[in-house]
Design a protein around this ligand. Sequence first.
Ligand code: NDP
Length: 428
Amino acid sequence: MGKVLIIGAGGVATVAAVKVAKNSDVFSEIMIASRTKSKCDAIAKYIADKGIRSDIKTAQVDANDVEQLVALFNDYKPELVMNLALPYQDLTIMEACLQAGCNYLDTANYEPEFPSAEAYKDAVLPHHDDQPHFEYSWQWAYRERFEKAGLCAILGCGFDPGVTSIYTAYAAKHHFDEMHYLDIVDCNAGNHHKAFATNFNPEINLREITQEGLYWENGEYIVTEPMAIHKTLNYPNVGPKESYLLHHEEIESLVINYPTLKRARFWMTFGQQYLTYLDCIQNLGMGRIDEIEYKAPKADGTGDEVVKIVPLQFLKAVLPNPQDLGENYDGETSIGCRIRGIKNGEEHTYYVYNNCSHQAAYEETGMQGVSYTTGVPACIGARMFMLGLWNKPGVHNVEEFDPDPFMEELNKQGLPWHELHDIDLELD
Ligand code: NDP
């Protein structure tokens, strides 16, 4: 029986909290802590009102502040800290876990909030110093300290990264002697009936998709202009959707953990309207992530003052909140791995995927499918940890653990998967 602390109170944290609360055979005590305590209280109330559990504790914490985190961890003494705040907080939360002797799990890899040559001095992936950029090297640098402390850090336990990495591990274990070509395909065929909205934190989402594309081929990364490579792919129960090659973080660990891969790519679907809005946002300068000075009226009405704002953070404040999209969201997501490789000397193809209905996700957790497909795997990863099935000292990406018990849980916890063998993968 385990004691868990969830950090963050957004869409993903809400789903994870509902699911963790439903897994009370494994989680004996639950606390939700975030920047805004009232949001934690609202999640605890939602779970209590649904009759799931009424003993969830809440707390306020600034996860950028290691001292505050350590004080909270020492006071509550969780076995596992689930970091479902933002990628900017990964390192402070990992540091606090080390200082307080807690294990760690997250769903997104670290990126510096403000890009600069200094912020990227230890970076290993190809990038420009003025472009936002995420990679695992910063978190992998904690390996030795976690190992020595006998603590486990589980990185990237959402859907992508997360389930896609576990699908790949499952394929390697059961269906291939050698995997050669991996394409991760992420389709959101849902409709939230808003002109423009992002499905998770707008700042993180827009930073991710406006980056240069990156994929792995013949032992090196190939850099592309943002959204430069695209192709129509057919998704099960959805049909054809234009899919764009993006840099996505699981590629970075998968090509290391599966060195037989000759090529690894990530594709995501976008509708034309979404891309038109994105183009406008960038052309208007609203996607900028540097600070600009802005003359704003003082809150007390006594005149103006010059303040610094980050245009993308301001845009986040006026865009629809991803947590409020669920009620009118229809359609489904379809995310999976298309893999080509060798088994018993013969070439085979394999497609493993999940389709998730936005409405079903909303009915169960009050959140839409993108939060659901991230929060459920985070809960399953925490369950794996608490059961001792995924627990080894060090810092590990999810494909480094046994995929079988996790795959079994996906079917039980709302994200069933399907397999297709020896089909045309549409990706040469
Ligand atoms: P939200 O913006 O909805 O939630 C983020 C939460 O973190 C908010 O409650 C916010 O507080 C809190 N937070 C932010 N800064 C701090 C801080 N300094 N201290 C304490 N709390 C803080 O994001 P989502 O729920 O949509 O996403 C959560 C995470 O999941 C992100 O890292 C995202 O990248 C990742 N993700 C991963 C996916 C995957 O498949 N692997 C897919 C989708 C998302 P406040 O409420 O006060 O703003």
